[in-house]
Design a protein around this ligand. Structure first.
Ligand SMILES: Nc1ncnc2c1ncn2[C@@H]1O[C@H](COP(=O)(O)OP(=O)(O)OP(=O)(O)O)[C@@H](O)[C@H]1O
Length: 705
């Protein structure tokens, strides 16, 4: 460790020295970073000779990309231990010039960096001081020092740096928080990955922050995960755009971002179900129902008639029955079909071989003529003994015959007739529109519920995607992909059956049971971090606790963590939310806001006729006040079209669309209208908690609604 000669925490008088000292260290770290990038480039310019070297090259290339991207935030913290050693913490580790040298920068995810997030005056973990280093580009602009030997009343880590980060203008893109992660967040980020982890937290408690930093941490701690990639599921494209930069900025590129609606390649949601139907389609009962339905598609055992060189061969029904039973056990429909087809072809090969032998046995003269005329063996190299003498086919002849039969279209058509290839979309549609089949395979559904699910005639709705995923999985793929393909985002996204190293689910309270099944299928080892707020739930599914939400899929194999401190929404706004939560039927306490913004929430009553002009005026005022930042307009769903048309260049969105997003100031139009929507109080709770500074509400006078 580097020995420091100055007393860096002596007070404001030495701040300039402290900045100069950190600048010198940052410069050295950047220089070393460039050196490592150059060395890696030289190493990568020699072609890899074998698979082992290729894998090593992939690792080196990943590391080089991480280093190249670490332009900003290379160093953001410093820990001075009681034993006099000093460590700098940053977005990525930078090693010293030789193996004996201490690293210039410790990766924030390294175990040795942990006290940076956990140490408090009460529990200093061997540390004397913590410093947050503010950097713009590659210039150190300030330091926030925190002695760990005096009472720290707030319980926050690096309060100055945290408040500076929280007070910054919002750009419409989420940023990393590796420099200011708080204790309760750090514990979740580094929790052991032993199966699904569900993180409950109110609005603005940093759930998204935690989920993304956890993905980066897991990739760091388990480098093999990068070969499989990480899937990030969010509620909307807008949300995915909002968080898009966080993982790459943390150096991670092995990511696929998606919404549940686009998770099945080739399927586009074009229809909308009524809420009641969406709820029915989300129920877990479909998993066993579809399993029973697909099992019913297994062919009946009937005799198979095959022709080869104008000769007729038959596989009796009893044999076909045995072949089907052997093929189907433990396999998908198409997986079993492939095994069955191989077996049928093999039976044909054997039957032809047996017949050839019989012919030789029965006919004394002209053996070769008969064989060549009837069986027409391809020319086979090599001099194995065989058909020349006794009609017994040599191994080489059998192999050649197998090849011919494998390519034979007539045999393929016959197998296809017995055990057809099925299309998941057609099968799902068939089931949903067949009342008798629904009664048989999904007996839990009432007649009215069956009628509801069969009402949709064209296109697929959101609730169908998870059903299609389930039936596609049960039917299995017809294409066999090579195992252990290297992760490429486009490749993984294009494959329904890609197995990810980790899956992040944001706004997890919105997932139906069938969507949870869909998530679990993408990570059979159930390496899942799900973050959400059960009180923000507004989809039609009935669950009101996490146990109800995930129990049907994970049973008791999941753990829960909680985040209790609110970082986004100022205390002035949070004070409004307790009665709304109560109206939403919640038993939870709203999170404790860490700060006041100094802006009291305001409201304005307007009549219908002035709604558009007043909204435009309020928006202009807020935009001026928060210039350089962002202002969001959230309106009751039935007012969005009119407002969007009237307010040019002002994005007006619904409460549902505002999920997970934030602005410096938010304008909520017609809160009563939002509250009157389905699960309206939950939606209003979401809408009111989007601002980091100021909240304005525009109410429509009684006559207006
Ligand atoms: N430790 C932190 N340091 C700096 N900023 C933080 C920290 N934790 C959270 N924030 C900020 O607080 C805001 C809210 O965080 P985030 O969006 O992750 O909350 P959330 O719990 O997902 O909210 P919601 O449920 O409303 O979607 C963001 O601007 C985020 O950057």
């Amino acid at each position: 460790m580097t020995e420091e000669t100055t007393a860096p925490y002596a007070g404001a008088a030495v701040r300039e020295d402290a900045i100069a000292e950190e600048q010198a260290h940052l410069d050295a770290a950047h220089e070393r970073r460039h050196e490592i990038v150059r060395a890696l480039g030289a190493e990568l310019s020699t072609p890899a000779q074998d698979a082992v070297e290729q894998a090593r090259h992939r690792g080196l290339a990943r590391h080089r990309t991480e280093l190249q991207r670490a332009e900003g935030g290379l160093v953001f913290g410093r820990l001075d231990a009681l034993d006099g050693t000093t460590r700098r913490i940053g977005r990525i580790g930078v090693s010293g010039a030789t193996d004996d040298d201490d690293p210039l920068v410790l990766d924030w995810r390294a175990q040795a960096a942990r006290p940076f997030y956990l140490a408090t005056p009460v529990e200093p973990l061997g540390q004397a001081h913590r410093r947050h280093i503010r950097v713009e580009g590659s210039t150190v602009t300030g330091v926030d020092d925190e002695p760990l030997d005096v009472a720290n009343a707030s319980g926050l880590v690096g309060e100055g740096a945290l408040f500076a980060a929280l007070g910054e203008r919002r750009t419409g893109q989420m940023t990393t928080a590796a420099a200011t992660l708080q204790r309760e967040q750090d514990k979740v980020v580094r929790a052991e990955a032993k199966g699904p982890l569900v993180v409950q937290g109110g609005p603005g408690t940093g759930k998204t922050v935690v989920a993304l930093h956890r993905a980066a941490y897991l990739l760091f701690a388990n480098p093999q995960l990068a070969a499989q990639g990480v899937l990030t599921l969010g509620p909307s494209r807008r949300f995915l755009d909002y968080i898009a930069q966080v993982l790459p900025a943390l150096g991670e590129t092995a990511i696929v971002a998606a919404t549940p609606d686009i998770l099945v390649p080739g399927i586009t949601v074009t229809a909308e179900d009524p809420r009641a139907t969406e709820e029915i389609k989300g129920r877990a009962l479909w998993q066993p129902a579809l399993t029973r339905y697909v099992a019913s598609l297994t062919p009946e055992a009937t005799a198979i008639e095959l022709f080869w060189q104008a000769e007729r061969y038959e596989i009796p029904a009893a044999t076909v029955g045995r072949l089907i039973a052997a093929a189907i056990s433990g396999r998908t429909y198409h997986g079993a079909r492939a095994v069955f087809a191989d077996q049928v072809r093999e039976r044909l090969v054997q039957a032809i071989a047996d017949r050839s032998e019989e012919l030789f046995a029965r006919v004394d003269d002209g053996l070769e003529d008969i064989v060549h005329q009837r069986v027409d063996f391809p020319e086979v190299a090599g001099g194995d003994e065989g058909s020349e003498a006794d009609g017994v086919l040599t191994d080489a002849e059998l192999d050649a015959l197998r090849e011919k039969i494998a390519d034979d279209p007539h045999v393929a058509v016959t197998v296809g007739r017995v055990w057809p290839v099925l299309d998941p979309e057609e099968e799902l549609r068939r089931l949903l529109h067949d009342d008798a089949a629904l009664r048989q395979f999904a007996p839990e559904l009432s007649a009215a519920e069956r009628a509801a699910v069969s009402a949709q005639q064209t296109g697929w709705a959101s609730g169908d995607v998870a059903l299609l995923d389930a039936i596609s999985d049960l039917l299995g793929d017809t294409v066999v992909h090579p195992p252990e393909e290297e992760f490429l985002a486009e490749r993984a996204a294009a494959r329904r059956d890609w197995v990810y190293g980790h899956v992040i689910v944001d706004e997890a309270q919105e997932l139906s049971e069938m969507q949870w099944h869909m998530v679990a299928r993408r990570t059979p080892q159930l390496s899942i971090t799900a973050v959400g707020d059960i009180d923000q739930a507004e989809t039609p599914h009935h669950h009101t606790t996490w146990a109800q939400a995930v129990g049907a899929v994970f049973g008791s194999r999941w753990t829960q963590a909680a985040l209790t401190i609110g970082y986004r929404t100022p205390a002035e706004v949070m004070a409004l939310t307790a009665p709304i939560l109560k109206r939403a039927g919640s038993l939870s306490e709203p999170p404790r806001a860490v700060r006041f913004s100094g802006f009291e929430p305001w409201e304005l009553d307007v009549d219908e006729a002035h709604l558009v002009t007043e909204t435009a005026r309020a928006f202009r005022e807020l935009t001026d006040r928060w210039s350089g930042g962002t202002v969001g307009v959230i309106a009751a769903a039935d007012r969005v079209p009119v407002l969007s048309a009237a307010l040019e260049n002002v994005p007006v969105i619904t409460a549902t669309q505002s999920k997970g997003l934030e602005w410096d100031a938010t304008l909520v139009i017609d809160p009563d209208g939002i509250a009157a929507e389905p699960r309206g109080w939950n939606r209003l709770y979401v809408a009111l908690t989007r601002s980091t500074q100021e909240l304005g509400r525009i109410n429509i006078g009684a006559a207006g609604r």
